[in-house]
Design a binder for this molecule. Structure first.
Ligand SMILES: [Zn+2]
Length: 210
C-alpha cells in the first residue's frame, strides 16, 4: 500500500504550525493513524545543526537526507512532512522514494505579515506548543505561560533571524515547491488566514481524500 505524504511547505511564520495542529486535532478525533515528521525536531539533537539553523541558513542536503530517510521509510501511515524538502536536491530524493503518494500544501502569507507574526511568536520550551503576542486566537490564557504545561514561553533563537530565513526561503525553498508542483503532484495553496476558519481543515482533508 502506498503511504500518503502531506508535504507541508511555506515560509517561516506562514502558518504551518497552526495548520499542522488543526489537522492533527481533526485526526485524533477520527482516530485515523498518522505520523508527523518534523525536520526541526530531527535536527535538534546536533549542536552543529542548531548553530546553522540559528544563523538563518540551511543544513546541507546530505545530512538532511540521511536524517529524514529512516523516519519516512519506517512510517506506516499517513505522514505529515514538515520542513522537508527545502532544496531541489532534497526534492529529488523524496521523489525517488518508492510507494509514496505525495501531496503538496503551500502556506501563503506576505513578508510583512510574516515578519510581524514571527516577531510576536512565543514557544513552549517543554511541550513545543506555539503562541502569539499579537494574534488573539493564539494568545496564552496567562501572558508568557504555556496553557498546556505551565512552562515559561520563550522566543525561538532562529525567529530573531527572520529576515535572513525569509531570504533563504525565497531563494531555495520556494523554487523547490514550484519544482514539485511542476512535476504534476497534487498541489494546494492555502491562505494562512483561512486555517482559523471553522471547517476549513475538515474541507481540506475531505478534498485530499482523507
Ligand atoms: Zn508547554
Amino acid at each position: 500500500m502506498k503511504k500518503k505524504v502531506l508535504v507541508l511547505a511555506g515560509a517561516p511564520g506562514s502558518g504551518k504550525g497552526t495548520f499542522k495542529e488543526k489537522i492533527t486535532e481533526n485526526w485524533e478525533f477520527t482516530g485515523y493513524p498518522y505520523e508527523v515528521i518534523e525536520m526541526s525536531t530531527l535536527l535538534k539533537g546536533s549542536k552543529e545543526f542548531q548553530k546553522i539553523i540559528a544563523s538563518g541558513a540551511l543544513v546541507n542536503d546530505e545530512d538532511v537526507i540521511n536524517i529524514v530517510k529512516k523516519p519516512i521509510e519506517e512510517a506506516l501511515h499517513f505522514i505529515i512532512l514538515d520542513g522537508f524538502p527545502r532544496t531541489i536536491k532534497q526534492a529529488d530524493f523524496l521523489l525517488s522514494l518508492p510507494k509514496l503518494d505525495l501531496i503538496v500544501v503551500k502556506m501563503e502569507a506576505d513578508d510583512k505579515e510574516i515578519i510581524k507574526r514571527v516577531k510576536g511568536r512565543r514557544v513552549c520550551p517543554k511541550c513545543s506548543a506555539s503562541y502569539s503576542t499579537i494574534k488573539e486566537e493564539l494568545m496564552p490564557r496567562t501572558p508568557g505561560i504555556c496553557d498546556k504545561c505551565g512552562a515559561e514561553l520563550i522566543i525561538r533563537s532562529d525567529d530573531t533571524k527572520i529576515e535572513t530565513r525569509l531570504e533563504t526561503y525565497r531563494k531555495e525553498t520556494e523554487p523547490t515547491i514550484k519544482y514539485l508542483k511542476d512535476k504534476g503532484l497534487p498541489y494546494y495553496e492555502v491562505d494562512s488566514n483561512n486555517i482559523l476558519y471553522d471547517g476549513f481543515v475538515q474541507n481540506f482533508l475531505f478534498e485530499i481524500g482523507m
